[in-house]
Design a protein around this ligand. Structure first.
Ligand code: HAM
Length: 447
């Protein structure tokens, strides 16, 4: 509604959150905390340490890493402008993903000199200006892991990374049968270049019948055609019978070793020649995990190797060119929560505090307030009504709403005798306790 110059009714219009974002309300927080705690514990078991990078970075970082022709950079970057004129030299964008910022930081702080292998993780919001729909947001959250360094070149590390993603999903409550893991290898940078040439050659005569979008992709980044959503384009691609023809001998050997590592751990996967991923930095192993019950936005996580990126962004040891390897993944938290909901596993979390203090009259509130403070000092979660002496019934209703296990009542008799009535809300049993003994008595019951 246009601003109407301050007419009172219009001024009270409510403001909503931007489309494609969501408030995570207090009732939903326990489900998020559960994912976060499980992730932190498991990631630490695998030797990962948390890193927190800024919400925005120089636009150039994303252009140079994800690729100028990718959708994420081309159509979805949410750019940030400062109103200060002296800030204009660099354009900024909200980060659309976590890998490029982690590599930027790894390079900036010369981590390669400190560590043979750096294992880093993040649990953080990402931003993409996509057209919002179910499971596709403009602000969403990823749980991501990245292993970078001269020690990140072993095919068993690829297997470990994939195993870690699967382990996290299982710990959240998604059984392995309920999601699909697709795997492919793009080969080395040289393999990729040859592959692009071969694809162009094969598609040359066929591309003219395809949509304008597909023809543009053919020109700008031919790999985008492999995972195109366009039906005609898919038919043409399926006819190519790609297989692993693009891989050199060493690329093929590497891929075999990754697969053996996964077989060894009993992790099921499908090899999919069309899986290329929508970001340019990948080499060798790429993977995607999807959950069929989610409809169009069914990817719940994805990742792969990005060996060249560290040097492409100015890092790596100049005396040892080409030796810094890297691999990682990111899981989409909103989509995982939707998948858990789909499986009927979105546990309803009731809020609960331990104690609620009820007062008989407004003038007892100051004493109740003191009692409340001593409970909190003793690390007992507690609250009171702050209602100016509302009816007992109302205060008990509030205690119920908060899921209080015990209620302490301060009525006239209690004030006179320096006692409180302690009521167990589950059994209904009520006892009288001396004020000085309340904390001790509650501790016994709360054990
Ligand atoms: P990505 O495939 O772009 O990869 O995103 C990873 C996951 O984030 C997706 O599988 C999906 O679950 C979630 N996701 C992506 N976009 C949205 C969205 N608009 N709304 C909701 N969820 C979304 C990356 O971001 C790479 N950085 C992964 C990686 C790490 N590769 C190597 N290291």
């Amino acid at each position: 509604m246009p601003y109407n110059g301050g007419e009172p009714e219009r001024m009270s219009q409510k403001i909503s959150n931007p489309r494609g974002t969501a408030d995570i309300l207090p009732d939903q927080i326990p489900a998020w905390e559960r994912l976060e705690t499980l992730s932190r514990n498991i990631l630490k078991t695998y030797g990962y340490r948390e890193i927190r990078t800024p919400l925005f970075e120089e636009v150039g970082l994303f252009k140079r890493s994800l690729g100028e022709t990718t959708e994420v950079v081309n159509k979805q970057l949410l750019e940030v402008r400062s109103q200060r004129s002296d800030d204009e030299e660099a354009g900024f964008a909200l980060r659309p993903e976590g890998t490029a910022p982690v590599v930027r930081s790894y390079n900036q702080f010369n981590q390669g000199r400190e560590e043979f292998l750096s294992k880093l993780f993040y649990i953080a919001p990402m931003f993409r200006g996509e057209r919002p729909q179910k499971g596709r947001l403009r602000q969403f959250h990823q749980i991501g892991a990245e292993a970078i360094g001269r020690g990140a070149n072993h095919p068993l590390l690829d297997a470990e990374m994939i195993a870690l993603a699967v382990e996290l999903l299982k710990a959240f409550g998604l059984e392995q049968g309920s999601f699909t893991l697709k795997l492919n290898s793009l080969g080395s940078a040289e393999d990729k270049a040859k592959f692009a040439g071969w694809l162009r050659q094969e598609l040359k005569g066929k591309i003219d019948h395809l949509s304008e979008d597909c023809r543009n992709q053919y020109e700008r980044n031919v790999f985008r055609l492999l995972d195109s959503k366009d039906k005609d384009c898919q038919t043409v691609i399926q006819g190519l019978n790609i297989g692993t023809r693009h891989l050199s001998e060493s690329g093929l050997k590497y891929f075999d070793q990754v697969r053996q590592g996964l077989d060894h751990l009993g992790i099921r996967y499908e090899v999919s020649a069309n899986l290329v991923r929508g970001l340019d930095y990948y080499t060798h192993t790429v993977f995607e995990i999807s959950y069929a019950g989610l409809g169009a936005q069914d990817a719940i996580g994805a990742g792969g190797r990005y060996n060249g990126l560290i040097e492409q962004l100015g890092g790596g040891d100049p005396r040892l060119p080409g030796q810094t390897g890297a691999i990682g993944f990111a899981l989409g938290m909103e989509r995982i929560l939707l998948a858990l909901e789909h499986q009927g596993k979105s546990a309803a979390f009731k809020r609960s505090i331990e104690v609620f203090v009820v007062t008989g009259k407004a003038e007892y509130e100051a004493q109740a307030f003191g009692l409340l403070h001593s409970l909190r000092q003793a690390a007992i979660s507690a609250d009171m009504d702050f209602g100016g002496g509302r009816a007992f019934k109302k205060q008990f209703e509030q205690a119920d709403k908060l899921g209080a296990r015990f209620v302490l009542v301060l009525g006239e008799a209690e004030i006179q005798n320096s006692t409180v009535a302690l009521k167990n809300m589950a059994t209904g049993v009520q006892t009288s306790v001396a004020v000085g003994q309340v904390v001790e008595e509650l501790r016994k019951h709360l054990k």
